[in-house]
Design a binder for this molecule. Structure first.
Ligand SMILES: Cc1ncc(C[n+]2csc(CCOP(=O)(O)OP(=O)(O)O)c2C)c(N)n1
Ligand code: SF4
Length: 294
């Protein structure tokens, strides 16, 4: 059977990620889409560890480690320097976790996008600071247990809603903004390829389930990322020069189907799940109306 995604592998075996790591699959698919003329800038995160140490690095593309807050600044510098050398055919990619994007790198990201550089920024969204022990980020969804939102007698789980960086980027007028997830590699790769055709800044937020921090068995990564879309917890959309398109899952499921697969939500009672369902429905309706108004 012919493959529906590029056969090229630019990620070698032997990485140091946990079994079933969605962030690792994300990198693999991103490189399949962008090809070998790609330069990666990675801040402090799981991905600063996953490729391993020289000379055993598992990526077949150049990669620079950048300070946690500086991914946006670093990709614009790399872009400028490649352009000066006449190397316009290189893709310059910031590849950062949600902590490094929604929280600590947001100013640098926003600046890079505002200056209009021809760069990609990929946010792999594992919804927490996983590399340092599963702390909450602004991108952690409401209801989740993390080590900084513990669920003891105080039921002090994450109470604030997820900050959706893709929404911020659309509001800022970034010409290409999309969400994707590893359960739909064809969609993910198509979005990256569409983005390649746009000269200017591109921002893609990719849901990357983390068995270690979401507390589920490693073989369920793809199923859980599919349920994130079907339950509308993580809607897939695309905004091309302001034109907004929403993907409608064929057989939607209630959020409980998604939540019950992950022990980070196991403390939630029925009323709390109902509250999450309501906020998911409200956001979905808002996205549907956004599609109609642009
Ligand atoms: C300025 C700074 N603060 C804190 C750290 C420690 N640190 C390293 S990785 C990390 C978590 C990164 O979280 P995220 O960006 O979500 O990526 P993930 O670990 O989930 O892949 C932290 C806090 C650091 N390296 N630099
Ligand atoms: S902690 Fe999560 S994101 Fe980090 S390597 Fe393990 S599975 Fe991947």
């Amino acid at each position: 059977m012919p493959l529906s995604i590029p056969a090229t592998e630019l990620m070698e075996p032997g990485h140091t990620a946990c079994h079933g790591c969605g962030a690792t699959l994300t990198m693999r698919y991103v490189l399949k889409a962008l090809g070998k003329n790609t330069v990666m800038s990675v801040p402090a995160s799981c991905w600063a560890v996953i490729p391993g140490e020289l000379p055993y690095r598992t990526l077949d593309v150049p990669m620079i480690y950048t300070p946690f807050a500086a991914t946006g600044a670093s990709i614009t510098g790399i872009r400028e320097s490649l352009d000066l050398q006449g190397k316009q055919d290189y893709n310059v990619v910031g590849f950062a976790g949600d902590g490094g994007t929604a929280d600590i790198g947001l100013q640098s990201l926003s600046g890079a996008m505002e200056r209009g550089h021809n760069v990609f920024y990929i946010m792999y969204d594992n919804e927490g600071y996983m590399n340092t022990g599963v702390q909450r980020s602004a991108s952690t969804p409401a209801g989740a247990y993390t080590t900084t939102t513990p669920v003891g007698p105080m039921r002090n789980y994450k109470k604030q809603p997820k900050k959706v960086v893709a929404d911020l980027m659309i509001a800022q007028g970034v010409p290409y903004v999309a969400t994707a997830t590893v359960a739909y590699p064809e969609d993910l790769i198509r979005k990256l390829k569409t983005a390649t055709e746009i000269v200017g800044p591109k921002f893609i937020q990719i849901l990357a389930p983390c068995p270690t921090g979401w507390y589920f068995p490693p073989e369920e990564t793809v199923e859980i990322s599919r349920l994130a879309v079907k339950s509308k917890m993580f809607p897939l959309f695309e905004s091309i020069k302001g034109k907004f398109k929403l993907f409608r899952p064929g057989s939607p499921v209630p959020v409980s189907e998604y939540l019950k697969k992950q022990d980070r939500f196991k403390h939630l009672n029925e009323a709390e799940i109902e509250t999450i369902q309501k906020s998911v429905d409200e956001r979905w309706n808002e996205l549907v109306s956004r599609e109609k108004t642009v």
